[in-house]
Design a protein around this ligand. Structure first.
Ligand SMILES: [Zn+2]
Length: 335
Protein backbone atom coordinates (compact mmCIF):
# COMPACT_ATOMS: atom_id res chain seq x y z
CA UNK A 1 0.00 0.00 0.00
CA UNK A 2 1.33 3.44 -0.95
CA UNK A 3 0.71 7.02 0.09
CA UNK A 4 -0.03 6.33 3.73
CA UNK A 5 -0.83 8.96 6.34
CA UNK A 6 -0.93 8.56 10.14
CA UNK A 7 -2.03 11.47 12.31
CA UNK A 8 -2.08 9.60 15.64
CA UNK A 9 1.23 7.92 16.35
CA UNK A 10 3.06 8.01 19.70
CA UNK A 11 6.87 8.05 19.56
CA UNK A 12 7.37 6.11 22.81
CA UNK A 13 4.91 3.40 21.72
CA UNK A 14 6.49 3.12 18.27
CA UNK A 15 10.19 2.72 19.13
CA UNK A 16 11.54 0.48 16.34
CA UNK A 17 12.68 -2.89 17.66
CA UNK A 18 16.16 -2.66 16.08
CA UNK A 19 16.64 0.79 17.54
CA UNK A 20 15.71 -0.50 21.01
CA UNK A 21 18.40 -3.18 20.60
CA UNK A 22 21.01 -0.60 19.54
CA UNK A 23 20.14 1.76 22.39
CA UNK A 24 20.06 -1.02 25.03
CA UNK A 25 23.65 -1.88 24.08
CA UNK A 26 24.71 1.76 23.96
CA UNK A 27 23.41 2.31 27.51
CA UNK A 28 24.86 -1.00 28.79
CA UNK A 29 21.47 -2.41 29.81
CA UNK A 30 21.47 -6.09 30.85
CA UNK A 31 21.53 -8.16 27.64
CA UNK A 32 18.11 -9.33 26.46
CA UNK A 33 17.44 -11.83 23.69
CA UNK A 34 14.90 -10.96 20.98
CA UNK A 35 12.00 -12.67 22.78
CA UNK A 36 12.72 -10.92 26.05
CA UNK A 37 12.98 -7.56 24.31
CA UNK A 38 9.67 -8.17 22.51
CA UNK A 39 8.08 -8.92 25.88
CA UNK A 40 9.35 -5.61 27.23
CA UNK A 41 8.11 -3.59 24.26
CA UNK A 42 4.94 -5.24 22.97
CA UNK A 43 1.73 -6.58 24.46
CA UNK A 44 1.07 -10.31 24.41
CA UNK A 45 -1.45 -11.70 21.90
CA UNK A 46 -4.14 -11.71 24.57
CA UNK A 47 -3.29 -8.42 26.28
CA UNK A 48 -5.39 -8.43 29.43
CA UNK A 49 -6.18 -4.80 29.99
CA UNK A 50 -5.12 -1.19 29.85
CA UNK A 51 -2.62 -1.77 32.69
CA UNK A 52 -0.67 -4.35 30.69
CA UNK A 53 -0.81 -1.96 27.76
CA UNK A 54 0.52 1.00 29.73
CA UNK A 55 3.31 -1.08 31.31
CA UNK A 56 4.87 -1.38 27.86
CA UNK A 57 5.82 2.30 27.85
CA UNK A 58 8.09 2.12 30.91
CA UNK A 59 10.98 0.34 29.18
CA UNK A 60 11.12 2.38 25.94
CA UNK A 61 11.08 5.61 27.95
CA UNK A 62 14.33 4.53 29.64
CA UNK A 63 15.86 4.50 26.16
CA UNK A 64 14.59 7.99 25.32
CA UNK A 65 16.43 10.27 27.73
CA UNK A 66 19.35 11.73 25.74
CA UNK A 67 19.63 13.81 22.58
CA UNK A 68 21.31 10.90 20.79
CA UNK A 69 18.45 8.56 21.77
CA UNK A 70 15.75 10.85 20.44
CA UNK A 71 17.61 11.80 17.24
CA UNK A 72 18.22 8.14 16.46
CA UNK A 73 14.67 7.01 17.25
CA UNK A 74 13.03 9.70 15.10
CA UNK A 75 15.40 8.98 12.21
CA UNK A 76 14.93 5.20 12.38
CA UNK A 77 11.15 5.42 12.76
CA UNK A 78 10.82 7.72 9.74
CA UNK A 79 13.11 5.50 7.68
CA UNK A 80 10.84 2.52 8.51
CA UNK A 81 7.66 4.47 7.71
CA UNK A 82 9.06 5.58 4.34
CA UNK A 83 9.75 1.94 3.49
CA UNK A 84 6.07 1.23 4.23
CA UNK A 85 4.99 3.90 1.71
CA UNK A 86 4.21 6.82 4.01
CA UNK A 87 3.91 10.38 2.69
CA UNK A 88 2.93 12.17 5.91
CA UNK A 89 2.96 11.48 9.63
CA UNK A 90 2.24 13.47 12.77
CA UNK A 91 4.40 12.02 15.54
CA UNK A 92 3.41 12.87 19.09
CA UNK A 93 5.39 12.71 22.30
CA UNK A 94 5.35 14.33 25.75
CA UNK A 95 8.56 16.36 26.20
CA UNK A 96 8.12 16.15 30.00
CA UNK A 97 8.64 12.35 29.85
CA UNK A 98 12.13 12.80 28.38
CA UNK A 99 13.60 14.85 31.22
CA UNK A 100 14.59 11.98 33.56
CA UNK A 101 18.31 12.69 33.00
CA UNK A 102 19.48 16.18 32.10
CA UNK A 103 17.35 17.16 29.10
CA UNK A 104 14.90 20.03 29.32
CA UNK A 105 11.56 19.80 27.50
CA UNK A 106 13.01 22.13 24.86
CA UNK A 107 16.15 19.96 24.44
CA UNK A 108 13.91 16.93 23.83
CA UNK A 109 11.93 18.71 21.12
CA UNK A 110 15.08 20.04 19.47
CA UNK A 111 16.60 16.54 19.42
CA UNK A 112 13.50 15.15 17.66
CA UNK A 113 13.71 18.01 15.19
CA UNK A 114 17.35 17.17 14.42
CA UNK A 115 16.38 13.52 13.93
CA UNK A 116 13.83 14.65 11.35
CA UNK A 117 16.34 16.94 9.58
CA UNK A 118 18.82 14.05 9.40
CA UNK A 119 16.06 11.91 7.89
CA UNK A 120 15.26 14.59 5.28
CA UNK A 121 18.95 14.72 4.24
CA UNK A 122 19.04 10.93 4.00
CA UNK A 123 15.80 10.91 1.98
CA UNK A 124 17.07 13.63 -0.41
CA UNK A 125 20.13 11.56 -1.19
CA UNK A 126 18.05 8.48 -2.08
CA UNK A 127 16.69 9.98 -5.29
CA UNK A 128 14.63 6.83 -5.88
CA UNK A 129 11.51 8.40 -7.37
CA UNK A 130 9.30 7.47 -4.41
CA UNK A 131 7.14 10.27 -3.00
CA UNK A 132 8.75 12.05 -0.06
CA UNK A 133 7.69 11.44 3.52
CA UNK A 134 7.13 14.62 5.53
CA UNK A 135 6.59 14.71 9.29
CA UNK A 136 5.40 17.08 11.98
CA UNK A 137 5.37 16.85 15.76
CA UNK A 138 2.53 17.17 18.28
CA UNK A 139 3.59 17.80 21.88
CA UNK A 140 1.54 15.92 24.47
CA UNK A 141 0.51 17.31 27.82
CA UNK A 142 -0.10 14.52 30.34
CA UNK A 143 -3.27 13.64 32.25
CA UNK A 144 -1.61 13.31 35.65
CA UNK A 145 -2.03 14.82 39.08
CA UNK A 146 0.11 17.79 40.06
CA UNK A 147 1.81 18.50 36.78
CA UNK A 148 0.09 21.74 35.79
CA UNK A 149 3.45 23.51 35.58
CA UNK A 150 5.02 20.94 33.29
CA UNK A 151 1.93 20.89 31.08
CA UNK A 152 1.81 24.66 30.80
CA UNK A 153 5.53 24.64 29.93
CA UNK A 154 4.68 22.26 27.06
CA UNK A 155 1.97 24.59 25.73
CA UNK A 156 4.29 27.61 25.84
CA UNK A 157 7.10 25.59 24.27
CA UNK A 158 4.78 24.55 21.41
CA UNK A 159 3.96 28.22 20.83
CA UNK A 160 7.65 29.17 20.88
CA UNK A 161 8.59 26.40 18.44
CA UNK A 162 5.65 26.62 16.00
CA UNK A 163 7.66 28.75 13.61
CA UNK A 164 11.19 27.49 14.26
CA UNK A 165 10.69 23.71 14.25
CA UNK A 166 8.30 21.04 12.98
CA UNK A 167 6.05 21.32 16.03
CA UNK A 168 2.47 21.90 14.84
CA UNK A 169 0.27 21.51 17.91
CA UNK A 170 -0.45 19.94 21.29
CA UNK A 171 -2.44 17.03 22.69
CA UNK A 172 -3.67 15.72 26.04
CA UNK A 173 -2.60 12.09 26.56
CA UNK A 174 -2.38 9.55 29.40
CA UNK A 175 -4.80 7.21 31.14
CA UNK A 176 -8.42 8.41 31.03
CA UNK A 177 -9.91 8.28 34.51
CA UNK A 178 -12.89 10.06 36.11
CA UNK A 179 -10.67 11.75 38.74
CA UNK A 180 -8.67 13.34 35.95
CA UNK A 181 -11.54 14.69 33.88
CA UNK A 182 -10.60 16.64 30.78
CA UNK A 183 -12.16 19.82 32.13
CA UNK A 184 -9.41 19.93 34.80
CA UNK A 185 -7.06 20.77 31.94
CA UNK A 186 -9.12 23.65 30.58
CA UNK A 187 -6.47 26.33 31.38
CA UNK A 188 -4.02 24.58 29.02
CA UNK A 189 -6.41 24.68 26.10
CA UNK A 190 -7.61 28.20 26.87
CA UNK A 191 -3.96 29.26 26.66
CA UNK A 192 -3.37 27.27 23.48
CA UNK A 193 -6.43 28.88 21.90
CA UNK A 194 -5.26 32.34 22.91
CA UNK A 195 -1.77 31.70 21.51
CA UNK A 196 -2.98 30.11 18.27
CA UNK A 197 -1.57 26.64 19.01
CA UNK A 198 -3.66 23.93 17.29
CA UNK A 199 -4.74 21.00 19.45
CA UNK A 200 -6.24 17.55 19.62
CA UNK A 201 -7.44 15.76 22.77
CA UNK A 202 -7.58 12.06 23.70
CA UNK A 203 -11.15 11.15 24.67
CA UNK A 204 -13.80 8.48 24.21
CA UNK A 205 -11.37 5.58 24.58
CA UNK A 206 -11.31 4.26 28.16
CA UNK A 207 -14.09 6.70 29.05
CA UNK A 208 -17.38 7.10 27.23
CA UNK A 209 -19.28 9.87 25.40
CA UNK A 210 -19.11 12.24 28.40
CA UNK A 211 -15.35 12.58 27.88
CA UNK A 212 -15.91 13.47 24.21
CA UNK A 213 -18.44 16.16 25.19
CA UNK A 214 -15.84 17.56 27.60
CA UNK A 215 -13.15 17.62 24.90
CA UNK A 216 -15.54 19.36 22.50
CA UNK A 217 -16.37 21.96 25.15
CA UNK A 218 -12.67 22.92 25.10
CA UNK A 219 -12.97 23.72 21.41
CA UNK A 220 -11.09 20.83 19.86
CA UNK A 221 -11.70 19.90 16.23
CA UNK A 222 -9.86 16.58 16.55
CA UNK A 223 -10.46 13.78 19.04
CA UNK A 224 -7.79 11.15 19.76
CA UNK A 225 -9.81 7.91 19.40
CA UNK A 226 -13.38 9.13 20.11
CA UNK A 227 -14.63 5.76 18.96
CA UNK A 228 -17.06 5.43 21.89
CA UNK A 229 -19.16 8.23 20.37
CA UNK A 230 -21.24 5.38 18.92
CA UNK A 231 -22.81 4.97 22.39
CA UNK A 232 -24.63 8.31 21.96
CA UNK A 233 -26.46 9.12 18.70
CA UNK A 234 -26.92 12.79 19.64
CA UNK A 235 -23.16 13.09 20.02
CA UNK A 236 -22.60 11.49 16.61
CA UNK A 237 -24.91 14.13 15.08
CA UNK A 238 -22.87 16.83 16.80
CA UNK A 239 -19.61 15.42 15.41
CA UNK A 240 -21.10 15.49 11.91
CA UNK A 241 -22.47 19.01 12.25
CA UNK A 242 -19.25 20.46 13.66
CA UNK A 243 -17.00 18.46 11.28
CA UNK A 244 -15.01 16.90 14.10
CA UNK A 245 -12.32 14.40 13.11
CA UNK A 246 -11.87 11.12 14.98
CA UNK A 247 -8.36 9.65 15.11
CA UNK A 248 -9.33 5.96 15.30
CA UNK A 249 -6.81 3.23 16.14
CA UNK A 250 -8.36 -0.24 15.81
CA UNK A 251 -5.75 -2.68 17.16
CA UNK A 252 -4.91 -0.39 20.06
CA UNK A 253 -8.61 -0.37 21.01
CA UNK A 254 -8.63 -4.20 20.93
CA UNK A 255 -5.53 -4.33 23.15
CA UNK A 256 -7.08 -2.07 25.77
CA UNK A 257 -10.41 -3.89 25.57
CA UNK A 258 -12.40 -0.88 24.40
CA UNK A 259 -13.71 -3.32 21.77
CA UNK A 260 -13.47 -7.08 21.94
CA UNK A 261 -13.66 -7.90 18.27
CA UNK A 262 -12.70 -6.15 15.05
CA UNK A 263 -15.81 -7.43 13.29
CA UNK A 264 -17.89 -4.86 15.18
CA UNK A 265 -15.36 -2.03 15.02
CA UNK A 266 -17.62 0.78 13.78
CA UNK A 267 -15.46 2.87 11.41
CA UNK A 268 -17.50 1.88 8.36
CA UNK A 269 -20.80 2.82 10.01
CA UNK A 270 -19.36 6.16 11.06
CA UNK A 271 -17.99 6.80 7.56
CA UNK A 272 -21.39 6.06 6.07
CA UNK A 273 -22.90 8.64 8.40
CA UNK A 274 -20.29 11.15 7.17
CA UNK A 275 -18.34 11.33 10.40
CA UNK A 276 -14.78 12.38 9.64
CA UNK A 277 -13.04 9.14 10.60
CA UNK A 278 -9.32 8.49 10.11
CA UNK A 279 -7.36 5.29 10.69
CA UNK A 280 -4.08 5.35 12.60
CA UNK A 281 -1.74 3.07 14.54
CA UNK A 282 -1.43 4.79 17.96
CA UNK A 283 1.53 2.64 19.09
CA UNK A 284 3.15 0.52 16.40
CA UNK A 285 5.57 -1.36 18.65
CA UNK A 286 3.36 -1.76 21.73
CA UNK A 287 0.48 -3.03 19.56
CA UNK A 288 2.65 -5.02 17.13
CA UNK A 289 1.09 -3.25 14.19
CA UNK A 290 1.65 -1.06 11.14
CA UNK A 291 -0.82 1.07 9.19
CA UNK A 292 -0.92 -1.37 6.23
CA UNK A 293 -1.81 -4.10 8.76
CA UNK A 294 -4.60 -1.94 10.22
CA UNK A 295 -6.16 -1.40 6.78
CA UNK A 296 -5.82 -5.08 5.90
CA UNK A 297 -7.42 -6.25 9.16
CA UNK A 298 -10.41 -3.95 8.66
CA UNK A 299 -10.73 -5.03 5.01
CA UNK A 300 -10.86 -8.67 6.13
CA UNK A 301 -13.00 -8.28 9.25
CA UNK A 302 -15.39 -5.47 8.33
CA UNK A 303 -15.30 -5.36 4.51
CA UNK A 304 -13.66 -1.92 4.44
CA UNK A 305 -13.43 -0.89 0.77
CA UNK A 306 -10.68 0.93 -1.14
CA UNK A 307 -13.00 3.93 -1.56
CA UNK A 308 -13.56 4.06 2.19
CA UNK A 309 -9.80 3.88 2.75
CA UNK A 310 -9.30 6.78 0.38
CA UNK A 311 -11.98 8.76 2.19
CA UNK A 312 -10.17 8.22 5.49
CA UNK A 313 -6.89 9.44 3.96
CA UNK A 314 -8.70 12.53 2.66
CA UNK A 315 -10.13 13.08 6.15
CA UNK A 316 -6.59 12.89 7.55
CA UNK A 317 -5.40 15.52 5.09
CA UNK A 318 -8.29 17.84 5.96
CA UNK A 319 -7.72 17.46 9.72
CA UNK A 320 -3.94 17.37 9.99
CA UNK A 321 -1.99 20.35 11.27
CA UNK A 322 0.22 20.63 8.15
CA UNK A 323 0.57 23.86 6.16
CA UNK A 324 -1.83 24.58 3.27
CA UNK A 325 1.02 23.89 0.80
CA UNK A 326 1.71 20.50 2.39
CA UNK A 327 -2.00 19.65 2.28
CA UNK A 328 -2.01 20.45 -1.46
CA UNK A 329 0.98 18.14 -1.99
CA UNK A 330 -0.79 15.35 -0.10
CA UNK A 331 -4.06 15.82 -2.00
CA UNK A 332 -2.24 15.48 -5.32
CA UNK A 333 -0.55 12.29 -4.15
CA UNK A 334 -3.78 10.71 -2.92
CA UNK A 335 -5.54 11.68 -6.18
ZN1 LIG B 1 -3.02 7.85 21.58
Amino acid sequence: MQNLIDIHLHLDGSLPFDTAQKLSKLHHFPALNDDQLHQKLSVSKDCHDLNEYLEKFAFPLKLMQTKTDLEMIVFDLLRDLRKQGFIYVEIRFAPQLHTQKDLTQEDAVKACDIGYKNFLNWQDALNDGQADLHANFILCCMRKHDNEKKNMETVLLAKKMLKTSHVVGIDLAGAETPELAIENFKPLFDTAKKLGVPYTIHAGEAMGPESIYEALSLGTKRIGHGIRCTEDSKLVQELIKDQITLECCATSNMNTKVFDQLETYPVRDLLQENVRVTLNTDNMTVSNTTLPKEYKKLEEKTGLSKDEEKQMLKNSIAACFASPQEKERLKKLIG
